[in-house]
Every structure is written in C-alpha cells, then in structure tokens.
Design a protein around this ligand. Structure first.
Ligand code: SF4
Length: 640
C-alpha cells in the first residue's frame, strides 16, 4: 500500500532520488540523527518541507554513517547555500542514555528501534565532519540538541560544563527554538545574495564572532552580558546566575540580545521571534507531508516514535507551565502558537484517509494538551512580563484559561464519520482544571473535563503531580499536592456519574532537586493512602538548560542563589527511587533500614506493615482492568 505513492512524494534522500527530480545541484542538504519520517511531528521533515516551499532544492541525509570513509556525507555533493545539521528530535545523549547513564537498548527514532545509528553529541560530530570535508561551506545547526546547548551548559553525561555548541562544533550559525521563522529569513537574505557570514541580526539565531569585531549593529536590541564561559568554569555561582537571565530573556516579548564571552570570542544570541500567528502555523502544518516514513525503511522494521504519533495531531506549540525539570519552554517558549480549528480538522480528515487507519486518533494534543488558544487577556501586560511560568506560583490573573475551543475540537473530531474515538494522550495540566487553584476558571473547565473523561481517554487518565512534598513541588514549579486531591475527587465524581471505572495514573519523579528521602517516604505513604500502586515513575535526569539541572550542578537555585539539596550519588538516588516500590516485598527490609536511619520508624508501620490501609483487592482489580483496556492507545512515553 505504502509503495503505491511515487518516491518523489518524499523529499529525496539518495542521489537517485535527487536525479529523479531533475536536479543537478542541491541548495541545502540536511543531515539528521533521526530516520526520515515525513510527518509534521518530525523536525527534519518540517525544515525540509519549509525549504522546499521556498523553492529550494533540498535533500536529507538521515542517520549518516560517521565511522566509515564518510561516503554518506559526500554522496550528494556540496550544497549551494549551506548544510543544515540536527541531532534529531531529541538531544542525542538523552536518546542514548538513561538517568543512570546506562546505554539504552532501543532508539525510538530508528527503524526497528535499532541502536548505534547516531553518534553521541550527534550535532557536534556531524558538523565537525562537514567542516573537515568542506571547510568553505556554511553549516547551520538547529533542533533540540543545538537549541538547548546554545550557551555554557552543564553536560550530565560528562559531568562538566561545556561551552556553547557553536564553539564545540565549529558550526557557523545556530537556530534555536522552532526554526520556521528564522529559517525563512535566512533563505530570503541568501537568495538576495547576502553572504552567509554577513547574516548576523536575524532573531532566534546565535553566532560566534571574534571579540575585536565588536557586536553587530542593531538599534532595536538592548544587550545583556552573561558571565563568560571561563568565569562559569571557575565559579558555579556565576553559572547559576546566568541561567535566570537566559530563561527570562527566552520567554519575553521584548527580549534582550544575550552576549557571552568564550575563548576570545563573543557568543551572540539574538532575541526570539514573537510566536507564530495562526496563519503562519497553519501554513507550516499544511505543507505536503506524506505523513509516512520514507519507503527505504520498509524492510527494516517500524520506527517506534513514528508508530506512536502516526495518527496523532498537534494542535499548538509552546507551554507556559515552566516546570523546572522540563525543556519545552526553553525550546518552544511560553507563548502558545495555536493552529486554526479548520487546519486541525483538515488534518483529522487526512489521518482518517491513511491506509491503515482503524478509526482511532491517538492524540489531539500539544506540549501540554490543555493550553490550546490560551494567552494573556491584556497583551500589553504580557509584553512587560518576565515570569517564566504563567501558572506558578499562582495562575496569573491575566491568563485566559478558557477551555471551550479545545472541547469544541474534541467534539468535532469525534463526530467525524470515520473516527471511532479521538484520544487526548498528551499530558493534561490538571491544575488548570481545579477551582481551588485556577481562580480564573469558568464553566468551560467542567465541560472540558466531562468531555475528556467520558469521550477522550482510553480507560485511564495520566496526569503528572510529580511529587507530594510542597517544598519540592515549589522547586519543580508545580502546585501543592492538595490540588491533586481536589482533582481526583472531581475525576472520580465524573466517572461515577457516567458509570465509568477508569483509574487515574499519576506520574512522579524521584531525586529531583529539593527532594529528600523523607519526602519520598511521605510520597509513598500519601499515595498509598489514596489507593495508588505507582507505575509511572522516573528518576530525575539533568538535561541541558533547565532550572533543575542548574541546581543539580551548582547546588544553588538560579533565582535566589540559595543552596538546595539534591541527591547526586547512585546510592542516594536509589534510596529515593526505592520508595515508589514499597509494595514489593523484596524492598521491605531496605525501606525499614532507611526509615530507621532517618528516625522515621513511625512510617514503617504506615508503609509496609499496615495491611488494612491498602486495599490490595482493589489494586488487583484495577490492574486487571488496565490490562484489558489498552485499546488503540499504547502507552505513550513521557515527553521530557
Ligand atoms: S502576564 Fe500573565 S499571562 Fe501574560 S505572560 Fe505574564 S504570566 Fe503569562
């Protein structure tokens, strides 16, 4: 079925496919750490389709072999304008290693889930190769790895500070965040004949220039100077203080230009573009994607990340949650760019026409599912705002949290004659849905929740309270756990009214900065009291450019510069994680010992000796139910 489409429906990835298009030369060659999936959820496809829409001759080299004679880097020749390099949809180190720095056994972005198709630090490795082969051809880097390594950053895997990725890799320019707008402007200037190395004032790009050259002139921008890379190496406090500036400037309407000295050069990070308008984002999603993996992979097995999203639809970009451990707002920003209802429903229709569509839309979502169309009521207030989150420590009184536009789309998608069910499997911010926390709420919240619980979940709902300790939650920039209790009551009430029995599945993180062993013991007791036996848990991974990572490395909160405890040794992390699994008999002795050590023997009884409080029968019943109700939606991995 798949092979019925002509190969020219995909962007070319081989010399033969380039020739089939009648091209003798390419304008841009994209090198990617991921397999090529021609779908709007995959960054390389998006960038490729944008370049194509600008009339450029473009080809992709997906997952080139970097260990042989480098023929993959040579096979398409030298592009007229530049090479574009990305590690793929994830930072290559997050893709390759677990929170314990163990090598993962599968790669979700490679056919068959195979590993070793991408190097560690892929964006840097690819760029160095290109610079060695073609020193005169510009290299533009982008994607999550480049974006989140755009200034001096902590690398958990090497356990040290790295300079910005331009310095590491030798690339000529970096595009951070979602690349459409800067890329179109770069192309416009290059097509006019402006030399690549003269392009230095495009928003949302970063460049390196010798210090003696000074800074490019731009009357619109005010500059802010960070502590130099060398100072950060000497002084953790300076490194921590840098982060506050970076985060605030990355999430401001009128941001300053960031300058950081490194090795006798200036790193210049231009301010971001404003969020895309509805028309712009619609245009991006309406590009002629086949929505299919390139046919060359047909015999190599399915691509797990693609399988997960092939029938899903992204309604918006950006997230204003600002969670300390999450990179979404550092990459996509806190302002939401939403597609039109028309564009989303058009995509629903497209999905229903896919060859093996069985009637189930797997996700109508976004970085956080329920932020579609949300923005400040008075834009001039947002224009002056420096808050990294619109919903922490309280929900901003200027934030319009109307959920009606989402409810309408869910209903319309569900009413499509070929759709049996449209799931919402992206994470739902439960705190927006509880009256005790969302003081801006209106009737649309209850209407939304009823719609989701009764029509858009597959037998269970996953939400992410992340911890139960209020002190840790504050550091995480998440609301007090009491609001999760309120949410659960509301959730249970709606289920009861509808005659449904759908378990609530909470997500938690251990070893997050601020979390102590005692907090984890409390978490275990409190969730046990609520009848949960936890499954969706993870240990904190310090990824580049998050508040929590800065705390992990420096021991200081970047905003207050006050010390914060973080579990760092393997043993301390294991001790925290253990409490998620209090119900496993083999952990009981260790739990007894840990609680005795911290003088909380009183919790031993509550946690592992109080048989009455934990309704085992209920858990077994719920587990059996979950097994039977997997439905069309397979477990979606966590987005962080
Ligand atoms: S003013 Fe409120 S709604 Fe606007 S950006 Fe700031 S926190 Fe968000």
């Amino acid at each position: 079925m798949l092979n019925k489409r002509p190969i020219t429906d995909w962007l070319p990835i081989t010399k033969k496919e380039v020739e089939m298009r009648g091209w003798e030369e390419l304008d841009v060659i994209l090198i990617s750490g991921d397999a090529y999936v021609d779908h709007p959820a995959f960054g390389t496809a998006v960038i490729g389709r944008i370049l194509e829409s600008e009339g450029l001759r473009i080809a992709i080299v997906p997952q080139p072999n970097w260990k042989d004679d480098l023929r993959d880097f040579k096979k398409l020749g030298i592009p007229r304008l530049f090479f574009g390099v990305t590690s793929g949809c994830m930072d290559s180190m997050v893709n390759h290693y677990t929170a314990n720095r163990r090598r993962r056994s599968t790669d979700a972005y490679t056919p068959g889930g195979a590993v070793h198709f991408r190097p560690d630090y892929a964006a840097t490795v690819y760029t160095k190769i290109l610079k060695q082969l073609y020193p005169d051809t510009p290299v533009l880097i982008g994607g999550i790895e480049a974006s989140l390594r755009r200034v001096t950053h902590y690398d958990y895997w090497e356990d040290k500070l790295f300079p910005n990725i331009l310095e590491m890799s030798g690339a000529d320019m970096l595009v951070y965040g979602m690349g459409e707008m800067p890329l179109r402007e770069i192309i416009r200037l290059l097509q006019k004949g402006v030399p690549f190395d003269s392009i230095d004032t495009i928003p949302q790009t970063a460049i390196l220039r010798p210090k003696e050259e000074g800074l490019p002139k731009n009357k619109r921008w005010v500059d802010v100077h960070l502590s130099s890379h060398e100072k950060c190496l000497r002084d953790k406090r300076s490194f921590a203080a840098n982060f506050k500036v970076i985060e605030q400037e990355s999430n401001k309407v009128n941001a300053r230009r960031i300058v950081q000295e490194v090795n006798g050069k200036n790193l210049i990070v231009n301010p971001p573009y404003p969020p895309m308008t509805e028309k712009m984002i619609d245009t991006s999603f309406d590009l002629p994607y086949t929505r299919l993996a390139h046919p060359k992979y047909n015999k190599r097995g399915s691509i797990p990340a693609y399988e997960m999203i092939r029938f899903s639809i992204n309604m918006h970009r950006g997230c204003f949650g600002g969670c300390s451990f999450c990179t979404i707002s550092a990459h996509q920003g806190k302002f939401i760019a939403s597609r039109s209802e028309e564009s989303i429903l058009k995509e629903v229709d497209q999905v229903t026409k896919m060859p093996d569509f069985k009637g189930y839309i797997s996700d109508l979502g976004g970085p956080s599912a329920n932020m579609y169309k949300m923005k400040g009521k008075v834009q001039s207030i947002c224009d002056r705002c420096v808050a990294p989150s619109c919903i922490h420590p309280v929900i901003c009184s200027n934030l319009d949290t109307n959920h009606k536009p989402m409810t309408e789309i869910y209903k319309k998608a569900g009413a499509h004659p070929d759709v049996k069910k449209a799931f919402v499997s992206s994470g739902i911010r439960y705190d927006l849905l509880v009256d005790g926390y969302n003081k801006n709420g209106d009737d649309s919240l209850d209407e939304y929740m009823e719609q989701v619980v009764t029509c858009n979940i597959g037998g269970r709902m996953k939400v992410a309270p992340e911890h139960t300790s209020d002190a840790t939650l504050k550091i995480m920039r998440k609301p007090s756990f009491k609001h999760f209790h309120e949410f659960k009551k509301k959730y249970d009430r709606i289920n009861k009214k509808a005659g449904l029995n759908q378990p609530l599945i909470p997500y938690f993180i251990s070893s997050h900065p601020g979390s102590q062993v005692e907090d984890m013991a409390n978490l275990a007791v409190e969730t046990k009291d609520m009848g949960f036996q936890l499954e969706q848990v993870q240990g904190f991974t310090p990824t580049p450019m998050t508040v929590a990572t800065i705390i992990y490395y420096t021991g200081l909160h970047p905003y207050s510069l006050k010390p914060v405890y973080t579990a760092k040794s393997k043993e301390d992390k294991r001790n925290q994680h253990l409490f998620f699994f209090w119900y496993k008999r083999e952990n009981h002795q260790q739990i007894r010992e840990k609680l005795t050590k911290i003088g909380r023997e009183d919790m031993i009884e509550k946690l592992i000796e109080d048989k009455k409080k934990f309704n085992k029968k209920e858990v077994i019943k719920q587990r059996a139910k979950r097994k039977g109700k997997g439905g069309a939606r397979k477990g979606k991995s966590r987005r962080r």
